[in-house]
Design a protein around this ligand. Structure first.
Ligand SMILES: [Zn+2]
Length: 132
């Protein structure tokens, strides 16, 4: 299974990272228009060093150094790999997986056929997708 970069970008554009993080049980405190803090769920601490920068769709912990986007968060808090975290977020928040996935798979198949006939390997297809 793979997801296109466009699909991953679409999820990030559609959903709010603070909502995804809060729904995993992390209590966020607003500190500015684009900024939340929390006690880090990945290490023990008494003072909040976990920040979420909403307009950049990014989180970071100054205590333990963990950080990333919403998929990195799900990956780490649920202990799953990146593709599963994309699938988890898409499924939980009602973003259609199947249409995009099937369409891309079909076009990938056609591309593979053309590539095979042409007798050369087009690596740009691989660069456009995340395969696992
Ligand atoms: Zn931390």
């Amino acid at each position: 299974m793979y997801f296109t970069r466009e699909f991953i970008w679409l999820i990030k554009e559609t959903l709010s990272i603070e909502e995804i993080i809060q729904n995993e049980g992390v209590e966020l405190f607003k500190r500015g228009s684009n900024y939340f803090v929390a006690l880090c769920p990945f290490h023990q601490e008494k003072h909040a060093s976990f920040v979420v920068i909403t307009h950049k769709q990014f989180w970071h912990c100054f205590g333990c150094g963990a950080g990333g986007d919403c998929f990195d968060f799900i990956r780490q808090i649920r202990g799953i790999n990146f593709p599963l975290s994309v699938k988890y977020v898409a499924t939980r928040y009602g973003i259609q997986l199947s249409d995009d996935y099937n369409k891309k798979r079909q076009s990938q198949r056609n591309k593979d056929r053309l590539t095979f006939n042409a007798g050369n390997i087009d690596t740009s297809i691989k660069n456009d997708t995340i395969i696992f």
